[in-house]
Design a protein around this ligand. Sequence first.
Ligand code: KG4
Ligand code: ZN
Length: 340
Amino acid sequence: MEHKNIYILAIESSCDDTSAAVLQNNKKLSNIVATQKIHEEYGGVVPELASRAHQQNIVPVVHQALAKANIDKKQLSAIAFTRGPGLMGSLLVGTSFAKSLALGLDIPLIEVNHMQAHILAHFIDEENNQKPEFPFLALTISGGHTQIVLVKDYFDLEILGETLDDAVGEAFDKSAKILGLPYPGGPLVDKYAQLGNPKAFPFPKPKVKDLNFSFSGLKTSILYFIQNQVKENPNFIEENLNDICASIQYTIIDILMSKLKKAAKQTGIKQIAIGGGVSANSGIRKALKDAETKYGWNTYVPKFEYCTDNAAMIGIVGYLKYLEGNFSDQSITAKARYVI
Ligand code: KG4
Ligand code: ZN
């Protein structure tokens, strides 16, 4: 019997990236991302502007995704979309668009949890990519979230720990802002960190119970440290930028790795996967590679394209749900707070 190909159109609009992707089964045919530049001048995402930009971008982005995949919308098997978590105004654009298109084409609609998608992005079929084996631990690190998740199966996930305040991406971005770097500052901190001494300026690490995280205290201590130093030497930041960034990055990675080690010890699981925008960070990637030899872990880092927000990761969850016949109906609504 010939196996029928499944084509999923996926839509992601939870924050400030409008993205559409087409998957043929578990393979990506296209993955278009329109990043909204407007927020740079405000030093952070402005929800109302994000929502308006999604409104402008969504039709051209979907057209591009279909064209690049060389797929006509009549060939689509289902529409998958990000239901949450995220900014309500942003989620509403993708949700409404997906609902209308599924209704118009008379095909199934599939809701997807964004955080689950960051984890299941590892199952997009790519040449030479090793997929994690169940059970594994997933560290999801993004601008909105920091979680350690026990993944027993595709749809059997348990949060073991999470941030009590800022997400790790925010810790990077807010530190960068203190240093006068533009938004989003995470990638810039990473860039300068690679040229600096990670032990130059020691920052205190928070004492948080269990497998939870906290980053707001670190942000405050960086702020006071910089304010005090600048009082003494107005050129302190310019003269020490690489060392400051390296020290901040070192502290953040140390916090993440010590909780990950604790989780691995507690569960006895040595399969470790990361996901989310911050997994693009060179420091966390190196720390994970080192942990392979040091602790005998198998680590999984997604392709850069699947680290930051993208619709292909929504598409893979859509495909897996399609196989289970797990569809949503037209009464579904966006959910700003949506626990996996
Ligand atoms: O997953 P993502 O694209 O969006 C959210 O769902 O939040 O993550 C964006 C976050 C931003 O905070 C950005 O600064 C951070 O990921 N980020 C990085 C790096 N690349 C992106 N942080 C540190 N180092 C990087 N190389
Ligand atoms: Zn994300």
